[in-house]
Design a protein around this ligand. Structure first.
Ligand code: BG6
Length: 471
């Protein structure tokens, strides 16, 4: 048996506008929900942006993208996943006319990618709803957001129809379950938000996503439009059937999002959940038909697995990528308590593929760690990040195993291919990149970029189309 990656495999890296661009009110950009989240998900949003928010400057990608894309090209990237900041295009979100300077920025960015043969993969909404839509409309709870999103997608699809082929509609759409403000621009505090309003908001996002698929294919039939879900396999903590049922129910809550996107209708297990929780989703006459515009592929983030148990005494929540769960006694954790489970990636790839037989794309995976900048024997500043190399290598080997299992995998983009501000903690010391950025949580730093050891390692992985992983 020889593990391998397909010859047209899309190798690359991923980022999101709000976590690296900075320039939070330059060239007509409006404020987004991220601009008032100085502590990530740890505290409530502030009224207006405050200086300690690391995202306001980010890593200044807005002004330095040419240098950064060049470094990505040096690693041999075939694809670069980024997002468009909605509030650069429609500063408040409900305007009729787009902001030309915002549009121009992404024109220039995509041109720069193409200069090196790098294909952009664009998330339309990545945790950065225009703040006005959150404050004046309560975000996705309000059906008007469907229309604003449709207007926005038409603007960007038409503008970039010859520059962008791969699109994702909402980043980690299922994270709205836990973080309604960050994920769904819902201003009502989570503890006051009813399940009815939460699931109605989710319905609106499904409609918007399906409309994007429809409109996108009308504008350019070559577009490949995917959903993006936060994947986290849920293992039963013990083989007790109660624990297995608990993990199945927990899994359903997330699979629901991919199910609607791929099948085009609500699964029966959710109908039961709605009935038992007094939720009555308001469908308008065309909604069922709109939802039938299903995605071309499924993309997902994968960082960790988790466990569930029916035993209340053992229901301790561990740290984790937004959704969290009961820690697995067999796994080690990252510096931030996220449990490391490369085999979980093979499990999740098989689960998606068995369920849908649609192409899959791993659009986030990586290790957030504290890095130490050192000077090596050649006198270069670098980071000896063997821990990151090991993490990514182990995960890629499991991806190759899944390919051998028969899964159709389009590509792999590591999260935070260049250091950027963390979504959950708003820290810069939680670094993911192959490229070190000299900026620190107290605001100091030159913003200089340095190649880490993993930079050269990933370059070899791409150059050998993954074969170097198996040497
Ligand atoms: C995902 C998000 O949750 O994980 C990213 O899509 C995020 O925006 C990434 O940055 C890593 O999480 P964190 O909290 O370490 O930045």
């Amino acid at each position: 048996m020889s593990l391998h990656f397909p010859k047209d495999f899309l190798w690359g890296g991923a980022v999101a506008a709000n976590q690296l661009e900075g320039a939070y009110q330059e060239d007509g950009k409006g404020w987004s929900t991220q601009d008032v989240m100085p502590n990530g998900i740890k505290t409530s949003p502030t009224e207006v942006p405050i200086e300690s928010n690391m995202k306001l400057i980010g890593i200044d990608f807005y002004h330095r993208y040419k240098e950064d894309i060049k470094l990505f090209a040096e690693m041999g990237f075939k694809v670069f996943r980024t997002s468009i900041a909605w509030s650069r295009i429609f500063p408040k979100g409900d305007e009729l006319e787009p902001n030309e300077k915002g549009l121009q920025f992404y024109d220039d960015l995509f041109d720069e990618c193409h200069k090196y043969g790098i294909e952009p993969l664009v998330t339309i909404s990545h945790y950065e709803t225009p703040l006005h839509l959150a404050r004046a409309y309560d975000g996705w709870v309000n059906r008007k957001l469907v229309g604003f999103y449709e207007h926005y997608t038409r603007a960007i699809f038409s503008r970039y129809k010859d520059k962008v082929k791969y699109w994702l509609t909402f980043n980690e759409i299922n994270s709205i379950l836990e973080f309604p403000f960050m994920s769904g621009g819902i201003n009502t505090p989570k503890e006051k938000l009813s399940k009815q309003d939460l699931y109605q908001a989710i319905h609106h996002e499904f409609l918007a996503s399906a409309l994007a698929v429809k409109i996108g294919h009308e504008i350019n039939p070559e577009f490949k439009i995917g959903c993006m879900v936060l994947s986290m396999p849920v293992y039963p903590l013990t083989p007790h059937p109660d624990d297995v049922i608990k993990s199945m129910e927990s899994d359903h809550k997330n699979m629901f999002f991919a199910d609607v996107h791929v099948r085009g209708y609500y699964p029966n297990y959710m109908k039961r959940y709605f009935k038992e929780n007094g939720i009555n989703i308001k469908f308008e006459p065309d909604d069922e038909e709109i939802l039938r515009n299903t995605v071309d592929f499924i993309s997902f983030s994968y960082y960790m697995s988790t466990c569930e148990t029916a035993d209340p005494a053992k229901q301790i929540r561990g740290e984790g990528n937004l959704l969290g769960g009961v820690p697995n006694p067999y796994l080690e954790s990252s510096d931030w308590g996220w449990q490391i489970d490369p085999q979980g990636l093979r499990i999740v790839l098989n689960a998606f593929y068995d369920r849908y037989q649609k192409p899959l794309f791993i659009v986030e995976n990586g290790l957030g760690a504290v890095d130490q900048l050192v000077t090596n024997e050649e006198g270069e500043k670098t980071v000896e990040d063997d821990y990151r190399i090991n993490y990514i290598k182990e995960h890629l080997i499991q991806a190759a195993e899944a390919i051998e299992d028969g899964v159709k995998l389009m590509g792999y983009t590591t999260w935070g291919c260049i250091d950027l501000v963390s979504a959950s903690t708003a820290e810069l010391k939680k670094r993911y990149g192959f490229i070190y950025v000299d900026r620190h949580d107290n605001g100091s730093g030159s913003l200089e970029r340095y190649r880490k050891k993993s930079f050269y390692w990933y370059k070899d992985v791409i150059a050998s189309n993954g074969n170097s992983l198996f040497e």
